[in-house]
Design a protein around this ligand. Structure first.
Ligand code: SAH
Length: 261
């Protein structure tokens, strides 16, 4: 989220303005799946935090380490304790983001991951997108104002230099708790001009906005949602593309202030 602060709270705004002018120091990378997380962990030489900052018994996992001048924390919500699959989706993403912000006080959140893309909007498999804004596509509350609450539209931190330097595509991102896309979800995404669709970003954005932490959303397109819908397929090549994108963004961020991004 953009570090906009509460307009009624001048102290908040001053803190944000100061944060924008000092080099970014602590980064929180939030990912949903182990197969997305491990290539990044290896590349940035992070190690698992065995003295967890999280409540006892939760499956959430944190890796940490110093990379160049950055204190990096990478978290993922772990595996479901009874089913053994990755805890994808909005609820685990929001919980682990909340707990991580509370414990680590990051300067910046990077929510990275794989996503579906809309070819009608120009997305192709392998593209790396940075989201301009994020919204939910599956929270339909057809009552005035609650409809907007359901949509949950939030702006990402503005990163024109990062986008230009790394030649990243920019577009709107929609989040829903289903991998499958219903016709209503599709209509919502079309209405919202979405280019990419994932299962976590709008939830991370909600928490980041609550706690006033700027955030960027970096998504690698691994399947196409319109036309013939393909299901997300595991591929080490795609996770390697995500790792490269996260590393490039981290390299770019190193030594810079929020306002340089
Ligand atoms: N590639 C995995 C899919 C797991 S569920 C597999 O085949 O096992 C989907 C996860 O990938 C979520 O974390 C979601 O954010 C992301 N994702 C990838 N493609 C997606 C798509 N087309 N729609 C929604 N989420 C997608």
């Amino acid at each position: 989220m953009a570090p906009h602060g509460d307009k009624s709270d001048a102290a908040d705004e001053t803190m944000v303005a100061k944060a924008e002018k000092r080099p970014i120091s602590t980064i929180l990378i939030v990912l949903a799946m182990q197969s997305e997380a491990l290539p990044v962990v290896n590349k940035l030489n992070l190690s698992e935090d065995l003295q967890s900052v999280f409540p006892k018994g939760v499956p959430w996992v944190r890796y940490r380490g110093f990379y160049k001048d950055l204190n990096i924390n990478l978290v993922w919500p772990g595996k479901d304790s009874s089913l053994g699959v990755d805890c994808v989706g909005t609820v685990p993403a929001s919980l682990v983001t909340y707990a991580s912000i509370q414990a680590l006080q990051p300067d910046l959140i990077i929510n990275a991951g794989t996503a579906g893309g809309f070819k009608a909007k120009g997305a192709c498999i392998g593209d790396v997108y940075v989201a301009s804004d994020v919204a939910f596509c599956d929270r339909r509350i057809p009552i005035p104002v609650f409809d907007l609450y359901g949509l949950g539209l939030r702006q990402a931190l503005s990163t024109p230099n990062l986008q230009k330097e790394l030649n990243l595509k920019v577009g709107k991102l929609s989040t829903g708790d289903s991998l499958h896309m219903s016709t209503q979800d599709e209509a919502s995404m079309v209405a919202n001009d979405a280019v990419v669709k994932d299962m976590e970003a709008a939830a991370v954005a909600y928490v980041a906005d609550l706690l006033k932490v700027p955030s960027v959303f970096l998504k690698v397109v691994i399947d196409i949602k319109d036309g013939e819908e393909t299901t997300a397929e595991e591929s080490s090549q795609r996770f390697a593309a995500l790792e490269r994108a996260v590393t490039q963004v981290t390299d770019f961020i190193n030594g810079k202030c929020l306002s340089d991004l």
